[in-house]
Design a protein around this ligand. Sequence first.
Ligand code: HEC
Ligand code: HEC
Length: 202
Amino acid sequence: MRLALKWMMALLAVAATCSAASATTSSKRINDIVNTRCSTCHGPTGQSSNAEFPKLAGQNADYLIRQMFNFKSRARKSNEMEKEMAGLSGNDIEELASYFSLQQLVPVPRQDKALIEAGRSLYMAGDPERGISACAVCHGPKARGGKLLPRLAGQHAKYLELQLRNFLEHSRTTDQMLMHSVASKMTDDEILAVSYFLSGLD
Ligand code: HEC
Ligand code: HEC
């Protein structure tokens, strides 16, 4: 009996130090996760240098949280991201989203005026005759998105193209059909132009 009591006291003492430690070191924990894991693909400040990996800098925090939970539950499929999300708590996910959303996003300057104009026109006005809604209606006139709507301004063109194709082929299914109906009507040239235009926006 006395032994059992001693054990319980010891366990409580351990539990107390653990929770004290996690309360004071949570931001070091997030920095470590960013620097040892996320930075490999997304860069330490979310400016991923490989254009197939999305920039996370300046992205809307609620959207980032939602996508991380989507990867965790496999509602959005990505082998890389599913592995990365395993072992992260809801609190880690919120702190990571907050960290990346507060970083400054750096767009790529774009020169091809004809391509920019083609992209801008589709983005702002859509193509009503073919049933393509204007992207600006949902993603905003400056492409900064909203709570659960992603910011597209300044994102890598290559990543935007990949995602538009994922929606078109229905391999990304996390949008309750909104993006499917838009992307399914887009031609290759339109996907290229709108992605090029968006990647240069501040
Ligand atoms: C091995 C490379 C790799 C690592 C490491 C990695 N990611 Fe990713 N991440 C990706 C890829 C690839 C995608 C795009 C997945 C797809 O095709 O939809 C992605 C997508 C995301 C998205 C969705 C962004 C959007 O615009 O929809 C978020 C959020 C994200 N990653 C957060 C993180 C965080 C936080 C970490 C660190 C814990 C991390 N990633 C580590 C490769 C990686
Ligand atoms: C009816 C509203 C709506 C319209 C119109 C719309 N989108 Fe979207 N878009 C969304 C939503 C919602 C998401 C987030 C989907 C999710 O949660 O996975 C999204 C996601 C995206 C993504 C993925 C971004 C990322 O970081 O992974 C791209 C790229 C995109 N939209 C481009 C476009 C383009 C280009 C157009 C115009 C041709 C457009 N969208 C029109 C609602 C819309």
